[in-house]
Design a protein around this ligand. Structure first.
Ligand code: LLP
Length: 406
């Protein structure tokens, strides 16, 4: 994470959080441009020899300014809806660097993607292939598609974010993949350009990726199709706690290099979390502190509508004070949100820093699947997003006006 204490004060890079909170209503998301840039270059450097097209997965953070910054660094975009596609285009990502994934793209969404001549539409069913063919014929276009394979590989991650097992709704099953490819090859307004996989998210070991490459290699050889691109998806895990494991991208990159050499194809990656996950924090104010039996509840102005990962996946994000008190308070504390749901709780600690009502705290590592998963639940407005770039503070999304939801 990119937050550091200078004395007792919390800073994001060289900007004090407190100074930003003076001018902006909490809760708000805050991102470090530097961290995003560094993550992107770390990722690209690991795979330098493969020279892949890196398509930032827009679902992880769909702020147009961030997509645009990544575009300037050379990133393409992985999108899953009309909205994400339009955002990527507005962020000036060139269509030939955009891939469109998803199992349920509608006719309108496909039409837009076809008209814009994006690099690839990654299809997930024969019906989708037929629909793209029909639309392309009408528009007098030949559309480049990728076919998403379900490799039948368990990514050893949270079950709720696994996508490569045989019981998953994603991709075409291995068992009849070749037959489906043959059927799709007959469709005249399509060109099969890619095979794609994405086995899950927050993956911290290379083993499932290795298995996937093996499945892919065998299948590609059997298919005798010359795939121009192989889209290996995203899923690269990050440590949320200090002791947590990082994925060994060096080992994975060696495997990918060999794989690419054997197949002579262009590799595509779709990382989301790895690029933005540790580059963002959610700054929130303590509304009330309530002593309740054995637990002291620290009630924040940020709730599960602003940041839903803990409620949805039962995962923990550390919370740290913006002004670190020299005093420690003994006993159990629990950081919770104001929403009328028992799952609106973030994290529990024993013996935390002493805190008071109106103090600020930072929920850490929320750059990925934070803001993009937020909602208006309990009729609460979407919060502001702020980017720190070269010491300057830029509001990259204004807090939604309450009138917009009334
Ligand atoms: N490509 C495809 C086709 C995907 O479905 C995803 C994520 C990605 C790329 C990017 O995956 P990443 O590199 O960010 O792991 N909301 C969950 C994560 C859901 C991921 C969905 N698909 C969470 O907060 O953990």
């Amino acid at each position: 994470m990119t937050l550091i204490y200078k004395g007792q004060n919390l800073f994001l890079d060289s900007t004090s959080i407190n100074s930003i909170a003076k001018n902006n209503q909490t809760p708000f998301y805050i991102y470090s441009y530097k961290k995003i840039r560094d993550n992107f270059s770390i990722f690209s450097n690991y795979f330098k020899k493969t020279n892949p097209l890196v398509c930032f997965s827009v679902k992880s953070n769909s702020n147009i300014s961030l997509i645009s910054e990544l575009g300037k660094l050379g990133s393409g975009a992985d999108v899953v809806s009309e909205g994400e596609l339009l955002k990527a285009l507005k962020a000036k990502i060139r269509p030939n660097k955009i891939v469109f994934s998803g199992i349920g793209k509608t006719k309108n969404e496909l039409q837009l993607a076809i008209k814009k001549n994006i690099l690839l539409i990654n299809i997930e069913s024969e019906s989708e292939a037929k629909l793209i063919n029909k639309i392309s014929k009408k528009l007098k276009k030949i559309t480049s598609i990728g076919i998403r394979l379900n490799p039948g590989v368990d990514a050893n991650t949270l079950s709720k974010i696994s996508t490569g097992r045989t019981d998953s709704k994603f991709g075409l099953p291995k068992s009849n993949f070749l037959k489906l490819c043959r059927n799709i090859e007959k469709l005249k307004n399509l060109r099969i350009k890619a095979i794609s996989v994405h086995i899950g998210s927050q993956i911290t070991s290379v083993a499932p990726y290795r298995k996937t490459l093996n499945v892919l290699y065998k299948l590609i050889k059997l298919s005798k199709i010359n795939f121009k691109y192989i889209d290996l998806g995203g899923g690269f895990g990050i440590p949320y706690k200090k002791k947590e494991k990082k994925i060994n991208l060096k080992n994975y990159s060696t495997l990918v290099e060999k794989f690419q050499k054997k197949l002579n194809c262009k590799v595509i990656f779709e990382p989301g979390r790895f690029i933005v996950g540790n580059a963002g924090a959610l700054i929130s104010k303590i509304v009330f502190i309530k002593n309740s039996g054995k637990t002291k509840f620290i009630i924040l102005d940020a709730g599960m509508n602003d940041f839903v990962r803990p409620a949805l996946y039962d995962v923990k994000h550390d919370i740290i004070p913006v002004l670190k008190s020299k005093r420690k308070a003994k006993g159990n504390i629990e950081f919770v949100g104001p929403i009328c749901e028992s799952t609106d709780t973030f994290v529990k600690y024993k013996n935390f820093f002493s805190l008071n009502e109106n103090d600020l705290v930072a929920i850490t590592n929320v750059g990925a699947y934070g803001s993009s998963l937020s909602s208006n639940y309990n009729s609460r407005p979407l919060v502001a997003e702020i980017l720190i770039k070269s010491g300057k503070t830029k509001i990259i999304r204004k807090r939604q006006k309450i009138s917009a939801i009334i």
